[in-house]
Unconditional design. Structure first.
Length: 565
């Protein structure tokens, strides 16, 4: 592993809810947890698993540590302390991922917005952005016991008390004079807090009450400061105050006794004796899910996320823009799953269920719709096949739900953003939006075996070739004409893929590497395309490539290859 790992993007998004308990066979080996702005990490002795926004590679998991001790996350990067030193990955815009070689006997590390500080045998050393002097360590520090890096400032607890430096626009470095017997200091985005004489005292910005603790505490153990909120851990549990964005202050009612809490921009996480629990925003899928992905039977990719169905149930990862990864309680046996842009539909115990974005009633199942043969979620609508007939619901503006009245004997359906297609006995019919010609089925299509639809494109295959029509800005209609026995088709936003006797081939836009099929795929069972990424299910499991800004290509590990350093 390199001490210098980084990518090139960044994001700011929102959502809410309370995370389900993340449990797995190796949870008792968790060493530490950390939270960034829109991502989270769980540290094991030899590996860090990260989740959430991945615009700069901050949600990429890292392996190969030797007896890891601590993990800390900045806005869009992470650092780990193990027995060999400090290792950082993610954004390196301000050199925050370039660890100074002079560190030795490191005791603690702390990541702020875009800078990092380490406490070693010689004292405190900081690196990264220093626009406000946050990396310029005061020479007056004596026998430092703890450090905490904030948004644009840094604080340290030494033998004389708390000292802070860096940005002071909101008074976040103006340490109160009444601090006594300080146990811990925590630097937030633009405020700071400390445990002083078993009380929480905060200073700096208080626009949302983040510097004004509410209620009393019993045997304070930890304080953590986020973007516009703060949380404390005492004998009675976790208490939070400040701005309640997306449920940040709503502590899970069944939260087990916590060993550690940590706060980020829009979410909090707690490490308990046997689980990791998070609450607040999960728009980017930043709540850790440590369950293994085993014996997958079907995959379904959408805009910036994927779902996998197995005998153990449903598992999704990547972006969570409309809460589509908050599953309904009590799901039974799922026999089919389909991921739409922002909603999910499943066949569960012969019943149809949909959830997620419902702006156009795309999750409102028609009354009495059961025992369907196929179910598909599109961009803004959903359709099902029952006894050869197509039933659609959701957005109507483009006519995508206006099923032709003479359509019958349907074998398969495929949905795009605003159009629909159906395969009957060798014939293809499409309806809905046709601005790019995606609903204008080419003449001469014969003996079609399979169809697929994407944003503004449709494709069909027979035993000899694949043909696509619709938008062609990136050559996504330039399908391989001589393609024998295609058994799988997948269409994304501006790309398409097919699998058959010639293997797996993709064409069209490759801005994010969505056409770069990985080598070594074995006996591909299914392919699926999201907006700018592609996934395949083969005999070894699920593999994804292309856009990974929402962590959609960070496939959860399977039990057979878990945590190999």
């Amino acid at each position: 592993m390199s001490k210098f790992l980084f990518s090139i993007f960044f994001s700011v998004l929102l959502s809410m809810q309370i995370a389900p308990q993340a449990q797995a066979a190796d949870l008792n080996k968790i060493v530490d947890i950390s939270v960034g702005n829109l991502h989270s990490c769980v540290l094991f002795a030899d590996e860090a698993r990260c989740f959430g926004a991945n615009f700069n590679g901050q949600a990429n998991s890292a392996k190969g540590f030797k007896q890891a001790q601590q993990i800390t996350s900045g806005e869009d990067f992470n650092c780990v302390l193990d027995e060999e030193g400090v290792w950082c990955w993610g954004s390196n815009e301000f050199k925050q991922a370039e660890v100074p070689p002079s560190l030795s006997q490191i005791k603690q590390i702390s990541a702020g917005g875009h800078h990092v500080c380490a406490l070693d045998e010689e004292g405190v050393k900081c690196w990264g952005i220093s626009s406000a002097g946050q990396t310029q360590v005061p020479s007056t520090l004596k026998n430092v016991r703890q450090i905490s890096a904030g948004g644009g400032h840094t604080c340290a607890l030494d033998e004389e008390g708390v000292k802070c430096w860096g940005s002071n626009f909101y008074g976040q470095t103006n340490v109160p004079t009444n601090l006594k017997n300080v146990k811990q200091v925590s630097s937030g985005n633009i405020h700071s807090c400390a445990i002083s004489d078993q009380k929480v005292i905060c200073w700096g910005n208080n626009q949302f009450g983040q510097s004004q603790p509410l209620g009393s505490f019993k045997n304070l153990r930890q304080i953590t400061s986020g973007l516009y909120h703060s949380c404390a851990l005492d004998d009675e549990g976790v208490k939070c105050w400040g701005k309640d964005i997306d449920g940040l202050l709503k502590i899970p009612s069944m939260l087990e006794p916590a060993k550690k809490i940590t706060s980020g921009g829009l979410h909090n996480c707690a490490l308990t004796n046997d689980s990791v629990r998070c609450w607040g925003s999960n728009l980017n899928g930043q709540w850790p899910n440590l369950e293994f992905l085993e014996k997958v039977e079907q995959i379904s990719s959408a805009a910036n996320y994927n779902c996998a169905r197995s005998s153990k149930g449903l598992r999704c990862w990547g972006g969570n823009n409309s809460g589509q990864m908050f599953f309904p309680s009590g799901l039974g046996k799922i026999t089919q799953v389909s991921s739409g842009d922002r909603h999910i539909c499943v066949i569960e115990d012969q019943k149809v269920k949909c959830w997620g974005d419902d702006e156009f009633s795309q999750t409102q199942i028609p009354t009495g719709l059961t025992q369907v043969n196929q179910l598909v979620a599109g961009g803004l609508h959903s359709c099902a096949v029952k006894n050869g007939r197509v039933i659609c619901w959701g957005a109507v503006a483009s006519g995508q739900t206006a099923v032709p009245t003479d359509l019958k004997d349907v074998i398969q359906i495929a949905l795009g953003e605003r159009h629909s297609c159906a395969l009957t006995r060798g014939e293809v019919r499409c309806w809905g939006n046709n601005i790019e010609g995606q609903s204008s089925v080419p003449l001469g299509l014969q003996d079609i075996k399979i169809i697929a639809a994407g944003m503004n494109q449709s494709c069909a295959a027979n035993k000899d070739s694949v043909q696509c029509w619709g938008k062609d800005e990136f050559g996504q209609n330039a399908s391989p004409k001589q393609f024998k026995n295609a058994s799988q088709l997948a269409v994304g936003y501006n790309h398409a893929c097919a699998y058959g006797e010639s293997g797996l081939k993709c064409w069209g836009d490759n801005m994010y590497g969505q056409l770069n099929v990985p080598s070594g795929l074995k006996n591909v069972k299914q392919i699926s395309a999201g907006k700018y990424h592609t996934c395949a299910l083969d005999e070894e499991g699920v593999k994804c490539w292309g856009d990974n800004r929402a962590g959609q290509c960070n496939v959860p590990p399977s039990n057979q290859n878990k945590r190999k350093p």
